[in-house]
Design a protein around this ligand. Sequence first.
Ligand SMILES: [Zn+2]
Length: 435
Amino acid sequence: MSDMPAHEVHAIAHQSLAIGGPAEVGFDKQSLPYVPGSTLRGALASVWIREHGKPTPGNPHREEFIELFERSVQFGPLLQEGTELVPLSAVFCKYPRTAECANWSIDAAVDPGAHLCPHCGHGTETGKGQLQGVRVQRTLRARLDVRGVPIDGHLFARHELERGLAYRGRLVGHHPWLAHERTIWLGGKTSTNGRTTIRIDPASVQVPAAPSRRPDGALVVRFTGPAVIVDDAGRPTLDPVDEIARVLGLDRSSVEDRGAWIRPDRVGGWHLASGLPKPAEIAIAQGSVVALHLQDEPDPARLRRLAVEGLGLRRTEGFGTVEVNPPPWRKAPPAAPVAPVRHPSVLDPLRERDLLDSEETLRWLLDRTRRVAVERVRNPRFSVEELFQERIPLLFDDAQTAAVWDLFTSDRPATAVPMLERELDLLTADREDPT
Ligand SMILES: [Zn+2]
């Protein structure tokens, strides 16, 4: 078995992303804070299916599909640029009282442990495997009927990953089909969410398998995504030590556990070729860490393979990505706010509030903006309220309502009409499906 090359994945989300996590009911829906490898793989597989049809037996391209999505490529998770995984081994002051408290942190997998904050003497908090610095927005989504009235039961708030942001990930393996930049839909293809362009660097990258950072030379393995690991009997296990010893070609008795920070998770998934759901499995959660003392020096090539190809089952789906001897986790200084890119346009306030993403909303806006523009010519002193039957605040959230109101009560509707027409053209052309 030869080493698989690793490639950087670059993605730009043009729309906000609603990435499915555990099924949720109710008014407030959450998105996962990142794009799992399985989601990326599914999105690329959908594009392939649009190009070549379903990969059923008899499809002449079926073998390519299986090669790409079930066999030779591992799709790692995509993280929003600027976000950081807080491993379970992270330790920091629970209630910082001073700047020293706020800045203090250790990584228990590398540094000597601390149960109390050395600056205030009070309790500590540990990492939960969460992602820090993720930019989300809460959006009120409504399905509108042709009259611009929300359809009953179709009004809901959703936390989505902000639009316009860059994502990075890693893909292991190679296939010519992946050489082209592509438009994909992450989290399902809808008119308002998910449109992303994705590019895979043709040049492979070196994945570091750094030397140990501990005084005792122990190996630290950090799980950067969930990992599905089974024991000899094929049962899921939360203890990865046997598997790590096996991958490194070491005798299990020569590997000593020097600490584990592990939390369980449940993962599902889809069998892409058949379109059937996979049963949920127990996994080692993202952010888990293990430290191992190795009696025998591992083969550097095997160590590198562990860093590149990861651990456990279902790695083609993006499970089991790890870092080998990563830099110890340190609490990041508070992030400076990022200034949004400005293109001055009448439609900017609408675009920023996701009002140009859905065909229904765009048609509604275009129709009402036309009415306001016409009315303004007829009677400059007319009142916008008289013009509409519906109450605008019921259709949109506060920020959206303010943006719509600003447009209607300004002198810009006449300018906005042709621009909205162009947006609608773009959106509908965008959504044309070749099938
Ligand atoms: Zn403190």
